[in-house]
Design a protein around this ligand. Structure first.
Ligand SMILES: Cc1cc2nc3c(=O)[nH]c(=O)nc-3n(C[C@H](O)[C@H](O)[C@H](O)COP(=O)(O)OP(=O)(O)OC[C@H]3O[C@@H](n4cnc5c(N)ncnc54)[C@H](O)[C@@H]3O)c2cc1C
Length: 494
């Protein structure tokens, strides 16, 4: 029997798993997908918010500010890219200056340090590319940018190194009260756990309803983005927000930790919890909105688009508590923005809840906080590069020419504790396919490496989840060609 079962390996589940791995507990982290960080954690603005936005006294406000302060240490321990670059909220008219002052007051109430209300000239001196029609704004230097999936992967890896068991491709289909704890059913397997922590993102209401009366509803709220090429990555140096509205923080412009530029998101409630497609209309709307902040936004530099789903609760705040009618079952639900920023503090908060229940005993003497560093070849000095190539010639072979990623880095990503199993897993860990050609050149080489290292056939290599095959047959095989021609003739789709 496990002491604790965590359902959902997004940044929240992974943070909790790592936090609990400090203690003498038998913990399992359960994820339905083929990899960790495959839900909302892989598609968001990647901002570590300073914390002026949420309502004072709310869990969002408290855990955002506490979480923000934990980022330096965690990212240092786990070798995750994080930069405290600061944020600006722009005001274009007097009405918006009122919102700026409200945000400032809320920030003070929430305990956000070092904020300043700036005038037009001060903002333009910091960010010459923003619209010179601004009249002022709010500067929060403690805001930052992070690699969200790198963080979740590193947290999961460190948790596993410290004894947590990770079960991928294990969709929870049922949970029943069983003796002192719960029986969790997944496809083809069952496990028992004394305590269950529900971190299932947009599905958290459905997991809750398996053991308790419905008490909240999660609505997926989609946000779309464009990513720009690194050649225009320094267009702004801080996160540039507009004044927030009822629907959220609005369209932002921000650099990413990898040197790209990110523009988005919008906010649109959708019916389906898998609706992650982008649309021409919404991306056009985002472009128009973003141009208000920076009229000369270099849209020729767009290299791709993506969308993520906020797990918006109907309660207005994070829901982090034991379910009323299910003892030992803890919901960590409705973790919409600023969930990424709050994740480290959410983990500490959940550990406190477990302590108060008497579930957590002593801290382990052998907890090891440091993650195993990745070799990022292009960040090495020439002497270091020469040395590493001498030790392992695979670091001398560049596979991704846009991002300058070597074969050695890809092989390492596959064989780490929480290793990559598919194309997107490699992309999230070491970035081939993230550059301006979007994998046009390197994909076949990456597939060969995955197939070789995991001893599978190239046709079995998938993009993401099972059945997302990339190769469907030999291009020049006459039988495949014949089938395609026959199919096209039948459907008249020439
Ligand atoms: C557009 C957008 C912008 C955002 N911007 C920011 C930002 O800049 N800063 C910030 O702080 N926050 C931001 N957020 C919020 C942040 O991304 C989320 O709060 C955070 O990623 C939530 O992490 P999570 O682990 O709760 O959810 P997820 O990452 O969705 O993880 C939940 C996991 O549960 C798994 N799961 C679901 N059902 C089951 C099941 N039945 N069995 C097993 N596993 C299951 C899923 O596969 C998934 O991996 C943004 C969100 C969006 C959508």
């Amino acid at each position: 029997m496990y002491d604790v079962a965590i359902i959902g390996a997004g940044v929240v589940g992974c943070s909790i798993a790592r936090e609990l791995s400090r203690y003498d507990l038998k913990t399992v982290l359960i994820e339905k997908d083929t990899d960790v960080a495959n839900g909302t954690t892989k598609a968001n603005s990647a901002i570590v918010h300073s914390g002026y936005d949420a309502k004072p006294g709310s869990l969002k406000a408290k855990l955002n500010v506490q979480g923000n302060a934990l980022f330096d240490q965690i990212c240092k321990e786990l070798d995750v890219p994080f930069q405290r670059i600061g944020s600006l909220v722009l005001a274009f008219e007097e009405e918006e200056m009122k919102i700026i002052r409200e945000l400032y007051e809320k920030g003070l109430a929430n305990g956000v340090p070092q904020m300043e209300i700036l005038g037009k000239e001060q903002i333009l001196a910091l960010e010459p590319n923003v619209n010179d029609r601004i009249i002022g704004g709010l500067y929060a230097p403690t805001a930052g940018i992070v690699g969200p999936w790198e963080l979740a992967i590193a947290l999961a890896e460190n948790a596993v190194e410290n004894g947590v068991e990770l079960r991928l491709e294990s969709q929870v289909t049922n949970i029943e009260k069983q003796g002192e704890g719960y029986r969790i059913s997944m496809e083809g397997q069952q496990i028992d756990a004394r305590y269950v922590i529900n971190c299932a993102g947009v599905y958290a209401d459905e997991i809750h309803n398996m053991v308790a009366a419905p008490s909240f509803k999660i609505v997926p709220r989609r946000g779309q983005y464009n990513i720009f090429d690194k050649s225009v990555g320094n267009f702004v140096s801080k996160v540039i927000f507009q004044c927030p509205t009822k629907l959220g923080k609005g369209v932002l412009i921000a650099p990413t930790v990898h040197g790209n530029l990110l523009v988005g998101p919008d906010a649109e409630n959708v019916d389906c919890k898998e609706s992650r497609e982008t649309t021409m209309e919404r991306l056009a709307f985002i472009r128009e909105q973003a141009r208000k902040s920076a009229p000369n936004l270099p849209y020729h530099g767009v290299i791709t688009a993506f969308a993520g789903l906020r797990a918006t609760p109907d309660t207005g705040d994070f829901i982090i508590e034991e379910a009323k009618d299910a003892k030992g079952f803890i919901d960590v639900a409705g973790i919409e923005s600023p969930g990424l920023s709050a994740a480290p503090a959410i983990a500490v908060y959940v550990a406190e809840i477990l302590k108060n229940m008497g579930a957590i005993g002593r801290e382990k003497w052998d907890f090891h906080p440091m993650g195993r560093k990745m070799i990022r070849f292009m960040e090495l000095s020439d002497a270091e590069k020469a040395e590493i190539i001498k030790r392992d010639p695979r670091y001398g072979r560049i596979i991704c020419r846009c991002e300058n990623i070597t074969e050695g880095e890809i092989v390492d990503a596959i064989h780490r504790k929480v290793g990559a199993r598919n194309m997107d897993g490699i992309k999230r860990r070491v970035r081939p396919g993230s550059g301006r050609c979007q994998g046009g050149f390197c994909s076949p080489r990456v597939m060969e490496i995955i197939a070789r290292e995991l001893k599978m056939d190239m046709t079995e290599v998938v993009k993401d989840n099972p059945k997302s095959y990339i190769l469907i047959g030999p291009a020049k095989s006459s039988s495949v060609l014949r089938e395609n021609l026959d199919a096209a003739a039948a459907s008249k789709t020439w």
